[in-house]
Ligand binder design. Structure first.
Ligand SMILES: Nc1ncnc2c1ncn2[C@@H]1O[C@H](COP(=O)(O)OP(=O)(O)O)[C@@H](O)[C@H]1O
Ligand SMILES: [Mg+2]
Length: 457
């Protein structure tokens, strides 16, 4: 029998013991394990391993395949249902991940309360004691009778309990605390996380139980544990937002049962998370008046346009290398916009400090926010406020030209709904849209050189 050393954290395998795993950098994680000899007798046939799944596998003609529509049920929280694609699918496994303290346990406990009366739910906690959960439930006003709590970390005991009580929904808080006592490694290691997830997935598929798994994220924001966990589950949801911010956003990174670009917006308060059905209004509610550097921006989140506020602060720098900071917007994109404005409009940003911030903790990923960002920068540099009823969207190219973006009409409708009167859009789309909207002024923008005019400069 040969032995090998296997890292319990990342499964790196080596024939020699080392103090530190060269792959994941963890100390003292290499464990000695016996492996079957790789040498095979000459001429031996390759061993084919069969799993339960492929034991009865036979190909079928696509026309012969029948199916029944997957059955969904509502969680009672509209914003959460929206991200899932219209509710939880029976027998599906959802991974909900986010930083500690973002509100995962709070949201899931609230779901236990909002879900239809009489739905059997098993909440398995490996992090908190039953009295702690009871205390939180009382604070959130959760009094669901069909909710059972299990404080356990041994996945085999958990699956036994699930099989015994056959709940409709199982919540696992969190996967990093679960372990299989048949494995030698510590809870939270790749092997344990994978094994626990596999047990839960197989029970979800056999019993038709919907399983929601909480997963922690590591320092880099990725789900702590193997990437393979994301491939194993049906949906991956990320709970985003800054703990200091009021708003929390749930985004689907993967969804086998729906679109991945819907977001759900929540507000964190003393009595838990409340849905923000009208995020634009909420995000604009604290907008300052008559101050330079603030511009309204409209981004598409899935099928929903959301209006937020982008702020710029341009100031003289006390040091020869001025500070640049971008929060809620890609740093490299902001550097590109500064370069375009400097080159095409001759605006001198290079010796100035530049700070950019999207309020409410929203993250802008779309190039449609180029134009409002540029406007906010010019406004702050020139210390000229942007008219409050002006909104702009469009991509800015390296030549300083303004380019069309998708969802123009949806964005314009949302802007009109919120009372914006002047809508600056790429000239290419403006031609046709101008005729369509009569109550508002549609201003065509050909390039960055048109932006100064919007500010009356
Ligand atoms: N007793 C409490 N009173 C008010 N707010 C609380 C209380 N306990 C926790 N919270 C708030 O709820 C937030 C979310 O907590 P929690 O749901 O446990 O997060 P997670 O499960 O994602 O780690 C915390 O950041 C905190 O602000
Ligand atoms: Mg928690």
């Amino acid at each position: 029998m040969k032995t090998q050393y296997i890292c319990t954290n990342c499964e790196y395998t080596t024939s020699k013991w080392m103090g530190r795993c060269p792959l994941c950098g963890e100390w003292n994680t290499l464990e000695e394990r016996e492996v079957e000899s790789a040498e095979k007798p000459k001429g031996a046939a390759r061993k084919v391993t069969r799993t339960a799944l492929n034991s009865a596998s036979k190909s079928m003609k696509i026309k012969d395949i029948t199916y029944t529509d997957c059955f969904r049920f509502s969680t009672g929280i509209g914003e959460f249902d929206r991200v899932l694609g219209g509710g939880i699918v029976e027998g599906s496994v959802v991974l909900l991940s986010g930083e500690p303290g973002i509100g995962k346990s709070t949201l899931l406990l609230q779901i236990c309360s909002s879900i239809a009366e009489g739905t059997d739910i098993l909440y398995v906690s490996g992090e908190e004691s039953a009295p702690q959960i009871k205390h939180r439930a009382e604070r959130l006003g959760v009094t669901t009778e069909s909710l059972s709590i299990l404080c356990e970390t041994n996945i085999n005991n958990i699956t036994t309990e699930i099989e015994a009580i056959k709940p409709k929904v199982v919540i696992i808080d969190s996967i990093q605390t679960m372990y299989d006592d048949n494995l030698a490694s510590m809870p939270g290691t790749v092997t344990q996380v994978k094994q626990s997830a596999m047990c839960l997935i197989s029970i979800a598929k056999t019993l038709g139980t919907a399983v929601i798994i909480v997963g922690h994220v590591n320092k880099d924001g990725a789900i702590a544990g193997p990437k393979v966990l994301e491939h194993m589950v049906d949906s991956v949801l990320y709970f985003e937002g800054n703990k200091q911010h009021l708003y929390r956003i749930i985004r689907a990174a993967k969804n086998r049962f729906g679109s991945t670009n819907e977001i759900g917006v929540f507000e964190m308060g003393d009595d838990g998370l409340t849905e923000v059905a009208n995020p634009s209004e909420a995000l604009l509610s604290q907008r300052p008046h008559g101050v330079s550097g603030s511009c309204a921006v409209c981004v598409m989140e899935g099928t929903r346009p959301i209006i937020a506020e982008i702020q710029a602060l341009v100031n003289s720098s006390p040091t020869p290398s001025p500070r640049r900071m971008a929060s809620g917007i890609d740093y490299n994109r902001s550097a590109l916009l500064l370069a375009v404005l400097e080159k095409r409009l001759g605006l001198k940003f290079s010796s100035l400090e530049v700070y950019l911030n999207v309020t409410g903790g929203l993250q802008l990923y779309e190039t449609a926010s180029d134009m409002p960002t540029a406007l906010a920068l010019i406004s702050s540099l020139k210390d000229t406020p942007i008219p409050e009823d002006l909104i702009a969207f469009g991509e800015i190219g390296l030549a300083g030209e303004c380019r069309s973006v998708t969802g123009m009409e949806l964005r314009i409708n949302e802007a009109i709904r919120l009372g914006f009167k002047t809508i600056a859009i790429p000239a290419h789309s403006a031609k046709t849209l101008k005729k369509k909207y009569s109550g508002v002024e549609i201003v065509p923008i050909r390039g960055v050189y048109d932006l100064k005019g919007l500010l009356g400069l």
